[in-house]
Design a binder for this molecule. Sequence first.
Ligand code: FNR
Length: 368
Amino acid sequence: RMPALAQCYNLLDFESVAREVMKNTAWAYYSSGADDEITMRENHTAFHKVWFRPRILVDVEKVDFSTTMLGSKTSVPFYITATALGKLGHPEGEVVLTKAAHNHEVIQMIPTLASCSFDEIVDARKGEQVQWLQLYVNKDRAITKRIVQHAEKRGCKALFITVDAPQLGRREKDMRVKFSDTGSNVQASGGDSIDRSQGAARAISSFIDPSLSWKDIPWFLSITKMPIILKGVQCVEDVLRAVEAGVQGVVLSNHGGRQLDFARSGIEILAEVMPVLRERGWENKIEIFIDGGIRRGTDIIKALCLGAKGVGIGRPFLYAMSAYGQEGVERAFQLLKDELEMNMRLIGAATIDDLKPSMVDTRGLVGG
Ligand code: FNR
């Protein structure tokens, strides 16, 4: 029997429920990581290496964790990151996330490989709600250009180009279950001959261009006025190169452990990146985001102390949606808001600006 929604007390609870109630194929696609899933596990456990140095006697009667990301206001320092194939988990797919995001003023990143069409997800947007586009770059640049310019015309506020997936990682859990139906708009995304024997991931990704390189960045900057963010940057050298290339942001991410196994966690990379940016006085030239394994308000606070502008969260919202629909996603948002409020109080920070590197002890991180 499925536990009542009120019995989910944190984001990890949604995962346990989803594992029980989801269809095998969907669970395998959402939960899998690359190879031995070492990076996938490390993403969350890396946060256990960071400890707090709270400040006392700070007036924290009112706590405000609203912020801006890439020029857009948001009620929280986290966003829904792009995850493909929403209809595997819920018959209405990504629009469930859109509706929940509206009610909580959370930014949503729309995946290239959504199950719903791009326009359906944009049409579900209400009022001032903010959406971004995640882009897998097609070998046919005319298709890519059309997707980008259409997104800008339809009001998307930023373009996240995924740069950690020249080839989709090998996710064996996903490969083992017989994949039959993605319920997806993959034809529209340019997915041509679909090979269903290799799991959902392989089946939908054949159009992605492995020749994408730094040389392409000026072209992207020339075809859109949306801020451009590279999603999947993994070391400080590439962050510096991204600044030089003139992009507005990077996501330090290993794609939720689904690509290169033994890639480092986002928080680890952040600890490597920020001191170098500060040393050069470049910390305001680019917005730094991280994703992967973020499950607790304290995880978010740690990332912000170190200098992240915001964090992306993927699987927990998929699990909440799959198990409980929109209500589940909204409860997940509320739980994170409650955790943020309480833990900012306890660390002695009334606003996001009060979160400082001196409030965390990162000596346990390699890059710390
Ligand atoms: C993803 N991710 C992803 N990223 C991307 O750029 N394009 C995509 O289509 C997808 N699809 C996708 C599907 C599923 C099921 C998952 C779990 C993840 C990666 C995603 O944006 C993000 O990097 C991770 O999900 C963050 O890790 P957590 O929060 O899931 O641990």
